[in-house]
Write a protein that binds this ligand. Structure first.
Ligand code: BTN
Length: 260
């Protein structure tokens, strides 16, 4: 299949009523998160959106790599200067993941789920991942770079990865338009980000719990080389996972979760 390049004008038009008006679209970059860092040093504004058609050193969480194919998928990073307390950082991941699964529901008819804290899954296969990097100043978040990779029309070979993967194209059996997904997902995120800034997150909190695939399940969480098992109870308002382990509720801020 011949993949079509993204058009900046179409994305700009679709996002004109959102905070994502400063759009940088590049053909090739090391990593959109790294380019975002360089842009931050030059004073890039809140809501700067950096999109790449290809990454030569795409980064995943825990030092892993992120693979993609030119013109096939979505690879982007957003620069935010939220001025929030550092306890709110994990809300941003959940808000971005929820925005895109809702966009997938409406546009493509794919029912995806959030795999806490940073992934989107369809039927136990990974479809998208989020990599958040932040810079603190005292108790506050000075800047956040939130990067997302979505397998739209291409997925890497499972054998090279630790987990099964899929793409929207594989799930639907047809080519999926990247521009409309990007625009729809970011329009939703624009609203949810405003809710996070205003601390009006009840709707978000209810929705992300409803769409979180680990809730009510027996899971194991690996965090800093330690493993903890338990039942996932809920994702708290601050974005942390509440795990019932040995009769006690434990609050987990980050980690790698697998279903038991
Ligand atoms: C993960 O699942 O481990 C997170 C993957 C995040 C990948 C995206 S692609 C766009 C942005 N730039 C990067 O180098 N990584 C993120």
């Amino acid at each position: 299949m011949q993949h079509k390049p993204l058009k900046r004008e179409n994305i700009q038009e679709g996002l004109k009523e959102t905070r994502f008006r400063n759009i940088i679209l590049v053909d090739m970059v090391d990593s959109t998160n790294e380019l975002a860092k360089r842009q931050l040093l030059k004073g890039a504004e809140d809501g700067t959106l950096i999109i790449a058609e290809e990454q030569t050193s795409g980064k995943g969480r825990m030092g892993r790599r992120w693979f993609s194919k030119k013109y096939a998928n979505l690879l982007f990073s957003i620069i935010l200067r939220p001025g929030l307390s550092k306890d709110c950082i994990f809300r941003l991941n959940m808000a971005l993941a929820l925005s895109f699964i809702e966009a997938m529901d409406g546009l493509i008819g794919i029912y995806a789920m959030i795999k806490w804290p940073n992934d989107i899954y369809v039927k136990n296969k990974k479809l998208a991942g989020i990599l958040t990097e932040f810079f603190l100043e005292g108790e506050g978040i000075k800047q956040v770079i939130i990067g997302m990779g979505i397998n739209v029309n291409w997925a890497p070979d499972d054998k090279e990865l630790l987990y099964p993967v899929t793409s929207l194209c594989i799930e639907k059996g047809r080519y999926v338009d990247r521009e409309s997904l990007l625009v729809e997902g970011l329009k939703k995120f624009d609203k949810y980000y405003t809710d996070v800034l205003n601390n009006t997150i009840e709707e978000l909190y209810i929705k992300w719990n409803r769409r979180c695939m680990v809730i009510g399940k027996k899971v194991s969480v690996i965090r800093d080389d330690k493993e903890l098992e338990g039942i996932a109870i809920r994702i708290e308002r601050d974005g942390s996972l509440i795990l019932l382990s040995n009769g006690e509720e434990k609050r987990i801020l980050y980690g790698d979760v697998s279903l038991r």
